[in-house]
Every structure is written in structure tokens, then in C-alpha cells.
Design a protein around this ligand. Structure first.
Ligand code: ZN
Length: 109
């Protein structure tokens, strides 16, 4: 598990994406550089009671749409009570994005 999630930032227009695209969806550029983002804001959340292929006894899981500092959106497993606009700390584990509630003020990083 590592802090933050990796982004691909287009060197031509500065747009950032997760996961890495083949070409920049914004300008078509192919030249990018790695970047990292550590926090975001909850936009929407939902509860998944039954997942395809998962055992029926598995407890419900929360998923959230998280808005990143550059305006991109990612879907993350949410740990904690969902609150629209709530700050979350992001990390990646096994190819999944995990979001944990974070208290505090100031801009997201
Ligand atoms: Zn671009």
C-alpha cells in the first residue's frame, strides 16, 4: 500500500488522468509525466450490498466518487461516513483506490 495515487500528466496541456491513457483525452498528446495526488473531496457515495462473484455473507462496501485537485474524478472504496464535500486521503492497494476520511482545512493536495 502506498500513499497517494499515481497520475499521468500531459506535458502539452497539463491535464492529468488516472489510470494512464494511451493519448491525452483532452488534446491528443502522447507525451506525459508521472504525478501523484494525495487528497480529494467526496462528490457522491453509494453502498454496494452485493457484488458480482462475491460471497453473500460479505459485508456491504461503500464506494465514493472523489474529485481530485485538478478536477478529475476517480471511484474509490470509502472508509468512513460519507459526506458530500468531505476530505479524504487517497492510497492505492492492489490496484484499487482507497479513500479515508480526513479532517482539516485548507486546499487539498
Ligand atoms: Zn493533453
Amino acid at each position: 500500500m502506498s500513499a497517494g495515487i499515481p497520475l499521468w500528466r500531459c506535458r502539452n496541456c497539463g491535464s492529468a488522468f488516472y489510470p494512464e491513457p494511451l493519448l491525452c483525452p483532452h488534446c491528443g498528446g502522447a507525451d506525459g509525466e508521472p504525478a501523484r495526488v494525495y487528497e480529494g473531496l467526496i462528490e457522491q457515495a453509494t453502498v454496494v450490498h452485493r457484488a458480482v462473484g462475491a460471497p453473500a455473507e460479505r459485508p456491504p462496501r461503500q464506494l465514493a466518487t472523489v474529485v481530485l485537485p485538478g478536477g478529475q474524478r476517480v471511484i474509490a472504496a470509502l472508509d468512513g461516513r460519507p459526506e458530500r464535500g468531505g476530505r479524504v486521503v487517497l492510497r492505492e492497494s492492489g490496484g484499487a483506490i482507497l479513500a479515508s476520511r480526513r479532517r482539516g482545512v485548507g486546499p487539498i493536495e
